[in-house]
Design a protein. Structure first.
Length: 118
């Protein structure tokens, strides 16, 4: 049997399990079947869908939505550090550092940098 890296692709449910986004492969299959995963902007409902290096995944993680780009294919379900080396989070810089509404609840901030709208 060839390793996932040799074939150039891996099943989506296996990928989610290897990258530790799902605690078990059957939970990964349920997440995919429910339509919660997007692969390069398309909703995926088949857990057997092939995923390749360079593709972008949008998936729910707890209360957040994560956008990741696959850098390499994992060969096993290893430690978290090994799993995190296989992808890069894309939405880390997009999250605002300050809220759109200031602490007093009245001032709307223009560009989320802290300066109010004139």
């Amino acid at each position: 049997m060839a390793s996932p890296g040799a074939a150039g692709s891996i099943r989506l449910d296996k990928l989610l399990w290897y990258l530790r986004f799902a605690r078990s492969r059957s939970l990964a299959q349920a997440i995919v079947a429910a339509g919660h995963i997007r692969l390069d902007g398309r909703r995926v409902t088949r857990s057997s869908c092939a995923v390749h290096v360079g593709q972008t995944l949008v998936l729910p993680v707890g209360e957040r939505i994560e956008v990741i780009r696959l850098l390499s294919l994992p060969t096993r379900r290893g430690p978290a550090s090994e799993a995190q080396a296989c992808y890069r989070k894309l939405d880390a810089d997009a999250s605002p550092t300050t809220p759109a509404i200031s602490d007093d609840g009245n001032t709307v901030l223009a560009n989320r940098t802290g300066s109010p709208i004139e």
